[in-house]
Design a protein around this ligand. Sequence first.
Ligand SMILES: Nc1ncnc2c1ncn2[C@@H]1O[C@H](COP(=O)(O)OP(=O)(O)O)[C@@H](O)[C@H]1O
Ligand SMILES: [Mg+2]
Length: 224
Amino acid sequence: MAFPLSAKDLENEISSLLQTGVGGNVQDFLKWIRMEIQKKFKDEVILSEKDVAEILEKHKAEGNLVSGRFDAREYFLSDDSKFYKKVTSQDKFYILGRLDFSPMQYVKTRLEYFLRRNGVDEEEIIDIGIATVEAVENAAKYGDGSSVEVEYSIDRSKTFHISLLNNIKEFDLEEDIKRGKFSSTATLMRGMMVMQKLFNQVDLEILDDKKQASFKAKRILQSQ
Ligand SMILES: Nc1ncnc2c1ncn2[C@@H]1O[C@H](COP(=O)(O)OP(=O)(O)O)[C@@H](O)[C@H]1O
Ligand SMILES: [Mg+2]
């Protein structure tokens, strides 16, 4: 049964989200709090958009968040935010692969934060961000909505590695044919093509016995 969060718990949920480096608008934060509660308690949470907006505005007034560069309604960490954590060369977490939890924005902004903290230049961050959104979209679209494991790192030879693991939704071949997947060449593999272009190596392995998809990619960094 859906339950509300105390003011303190809501504050803590938002702080721990901010510490991961994610950024987005109030709606994104609402979705991510719902996702975190679903992960922890397998339950729905009753949230007020106003409460969430107030906490984000308070952090902004205190100088820990700033408005997004491209969208003023988005919140990102300021350069000297108290939410900054120690720089690491690896990040590993899981999300729930449901589009209503805004998983693409979550992984993209968390990853961008990681790359920026590791000194990767903005152009490469943009490329990696675009390619990663395609991979996360696939994990959510073709996954069964349960957990998606995400892991990325930068190794000593300055190569960026990313992997995603999702359970595959029981798919309906009829449906796929109807929506043109196997007949139209226009959209077929478009996402994979984008990823091929922006990563140096891309592998998608379907683990039939486990009904899982394992995605792995790497990009040799020029900057850093
Ligand atoms: N994470 C994944 N889980 C299961 N199947 C996937 C996954 N990623 C890709 N696929 C399969 O590979 C195909 C190609 O993906 P993509 O190039 O992004 O095209 P699209 O998403 O437009 O179908 C998908 O249609 C899907 O069948
Ligand atoms: Mg796709």
